[in-house]
Ligand binder design. Structure first.
Ligand SMILES: Cc1ncc(COP(=O)(O)O)c(C=O)c1O
Length: 360
């Protein structure tokens, strides 16, 4: 068996320990004589899996009791519609647009009410996070929306916006569980798990209970109401059972690593190795403002598209996969999520140094 260093932005690298455990349990999960993929979601064994996953996530993130944890489907993209359908009581919401994902969320919200773009970094190709200390938040806004870590551009909110008392809704798909968060500062935290937490097919929504009501926009389908899923403990219909089981294993792995404070330390150390090299290199450079750099997604360029292509090709041949930048921006991007070991980043930097020497 040989494993590559996988720098994919998502679906992305998972901890090897988790994959090994899942493989060992594939044919017979915990004496049930079947795989988790084959068992009823109404069985005692699965109920224990989802209950432990929720309990471990609550412990990891220190989620207050007045927040629900929902395991849903439809990708993070489905939340772009679910959020306005459920939360736009006044039909007004404010959006901070810092990349393609918040832009898409904003475009979806426009369909349901008055969505205001109260800040944007599109003027400089989303290479920074705008100052959000004194925004023109609408008096009647139902919520303020952000994408906390911008997967494509590699920026992250280091400080949450001042929402002037309005509910904060955050897409954390690409920074989920990468560092401690103060859940009480948000009304809704959600993310697709396929970057930092588990296999594609599960979306986790952490939502303050008072926001989960029957007062939704007319015509909101049953499946798109948070209350449907909250009332049924995420078992209204058949859930993405195997995905939830893997997420649960990742939560246990994170606890064994020392929790989110330890992950933050490790992620900062890993990112520093790469950013320090990019700052010193005569060939490669980072593409975003240093103060807003993401710990998870690191885009970089050589300045020449031919050299970029050569680098991606040779890196792949050397066992560094998925370093090509997003199709909308080009260049390179190394996603260094929780499960990417420090050795992987060190090996990448060593390869980049060699490439620089050979091609400068
Ligand atoms: C920050 C962010 N939000 C949303 C999405 C969309 O996720 P999905 O493909 O699960 O709909 C992505 C996917 O890459 C993302 O990075």
């Amino acid at each position: 068996m040989s494993r590559v260093y996988n720098f994919s932005a998502g679906p992305a690298v998972l901890p090897e320990e988790v994959l090994t455990e899942a493989a060992a349990e594939m044919l017979d999960y915990n004496g049930t004589g079947m795989s988790v993929m084959e068992m009823s979601h109404r069985s005692k064994a699965f109920q224990e899996i989802i209950d432990s996953a929720e309990a471990d996530l609550r412990e990891l993130m220190d989620i207050p009791d007045n927040y629900k944890v929902l395991f849903l489907q439809g990708g993070a993209s489905q939340q772009f519609a679910m959020i306005p359908m459920n939360l736009m009581k006044n039909r007004v919401a404010d959006y901070i647009v810092t990349g393609q994902w918040s832009k898409k969320a904003y475009a979806e919200a426009v369909k349901y009410g008055k969505a205001n773009k109260i800040a944007s970094s599109e003027d400089k190709t989303f290479s920074y996070i705008p100052d959000c200390t004194d925004l023109p938040v609408s008096d009647d806004a139902d919520y303020v929306y952000i994408c906390e870590n911008n997967t494509i551009y590699g920026t992250k909110f280091k400080q949450l916006p001042d929402t002037k008392g309005k509910t904060l809704v955050a897409d954390v798909s690409s920074c989920f569980l990468s560092e401690p968060v103060d859940v009480a500062k948000y009304g809704v935290i959600y993310g697709g798990v396929q970057k930092n937490v588990g296999p594609a097919g599960v979306v986790i929504v952490i939502m303050r209970e008072d926001l989960i009501t029957d007062d939704v926009l007319p015509g909101t389908p049953t499946m798109l109401r948070y209350k449907t899923h909250a009332d049924a403990g995420s078992l209204y219909n058949t859930p993405p059972a195997y995905g939830i089981y893997i997420c649960g294993k990742v939560f246990c792995w994170l606890k064994r690593q020392g929790g989110l404070a330890a992950m933050k330390e490790r992620n900062e150390k890993k990112a520093k190795i790469l950013y320090d090299y990019l700052d010193a290199s005569r060939m490669f450079s980072g593409t975003v403002e240093a103060k807003d750099r993401s710990l998870m997604n690191v885009p970089f360029i050589t300045g020449s598209s031919e050299l970029d292509a050569k680098f991606v090709k040779e890196a792949k041949e050397a066992g560094f996969e998925n370093l090509k930048g997003h199709r909308s921006v080009g260049g390179m991007r190394a996603s260094i999520y929780n499960a990417m070991p420090e050795e992987g980043v060190e090996a990448l930097v060593a390869f980049m140094k060699k490439f620089e020497e050979e091609n400068l």
